[in-house]
Write a protein of this length. Structure first.
Length: 235
């Protein structure tokens, strides 16, 4: 049975280049070697995350239409030609295949059994490899937007920490986008819009994200609307 993603926000957020560059900067230190990007969508994050330390990059995407779009972007030179695209889920990864970095970027919240998902992918993480999850933070911010795009939950340190796979240790936990937190809170309390407009995305990306890039380090990355967890496989 073919899987088709229910959300419509990927193209909308593709224009958030400041945010994607910021995420690439923060996560870059954890990304190297053989990389698996789970739920790569339309490849909107990939070009901002590939760095000189990456040997090979696999975009794993269950929606065949979106996987096809990534392939077209690779052929067009929008994404590095070293990226390969696989249509499927982590259940389709060959048993003996391992990666040095496994990424879930705005993906884990879409998966009903997140604990089982991380347990399933853990054998594919090489020794001392990094498992990186970026996800929306704070369950009290759960909004019609979350429901509209198929989110099951939002996370905090405790709920992400509880998903730690066997044989891994939590290496880092960060909160990002402290300025964007207030925009999300306003949408949750007052607007309750199922999807943001292009103008709202532009204001957030061009105004709030640069503010967050300045303020997040000053807060010690302890406050924001996006959570990042990094686990390292220790044995």
């Amino acid at each position: 049975m073919s899987y088709h993603y229910v959300g419509t926000e990927l193209t909308l957020f593709a224009a958030a280049t400041n945010w994607k560059a910021y995420v690439g900067q923060v996560l870059g230190r954890y990304i190297a070697g053989r990389v698996l990007e789970v739920g790569a969508g339309i490849g909107g994050n990939t070009g901002h995350l590939v760095n000189a330390r990456v040997k090979e990059w696999t975009c794993l995407e269950p929606d065949p239409d979106q996987a096809c779009l990534i392939r077209k972007r690779v052929q067009a030179g929008e994404i590095r030609p070293t990226c390969r695209v696989v249509t499927g889920t982590t259940e389709n990864i060959p048993r003996d295949t391992q990666f040095d970095t496994i990424l879930y970027l705005d993906v884990l919240e879409h998966i009903a059994d997140d604990r089982a998902e991380l347990a399933r992918v853990r054998p594919h993480l090489a020794e001392q490899g990094n498992l990186v999850v970026l996800a929306p933070a704070h369950q009290y911010l759960f909004s019609p937007f979350d429901a509209a795009v198929g989110h099951h939950r939002r996370y905090d340190r405790a709920s992400l920490g509880a998903q730690t796979p066997s044989g891994c240790r939590l290496e880092a936990f960060l909160m990002l986008d402290c300025a964007g937190f207030f925009a999300s809170l306003a949408n949750r309390m007052m607007l309750s819009a199922p999807l943001p407009s292009q103008r709202q995305i532009a204001v957030w990306d061009k105004l709030l994200v640069p503010i967050s890039r300045l303020l997040d380090p000053l807060t010690g990355h302890k406050f924001g609307k996006t959570a990042v967890a990094v686990w390292r496989r220790s044995h």
